[in-house]
Design a protein. Structure first.
Length: 98
């Protein structure tokens, strides 16, 4: 988890319940590591290069790992999100012959 916001480089303070409580029950603030400006700019530049690919139909049993393997030949894949087709839509599509 990043400890800074990418837009304005303001540090965020994280407080974990288990690790940062002392015997009296009060919370201690965790030390925050500041990022360098160049690192943040490089991160923002890579975020702006990202794109979204829409795949209209894939086989029903093909999972995210298989899709990621197939698309890895074209570039680096950061995330795969698959949405299962609605059952009523699938029924109508199959009834229409598709």
């Amino acid at each position: 988890v990043d400890d800074t916001r990418a837009n304005n480089n303001q540090p965020l303070e994280r407080e974990d319940d288990d690790e940062n409580t002392n015997n009296e029950g009060t919370k201690k603030k965790k030390k925050v590591r500041r990022l360098k400006l160049a690192t943040t700019q490089n991160f923002n530049a890579t975020l702006q290069k990202r794109g979204v690919v829409y795949l209209s139909r894939i086989p029903p049993r093909m999972g995210p790992a298989r899709v990621k393997t197939l698309l890895a030949d074209f570039g680096s894949i950061s995330r795969i999100y698959l949405v299962e087709e609605d059952k009523t839509v699938r029924k109508k599509r199959r009834k229409a012959g598709g």
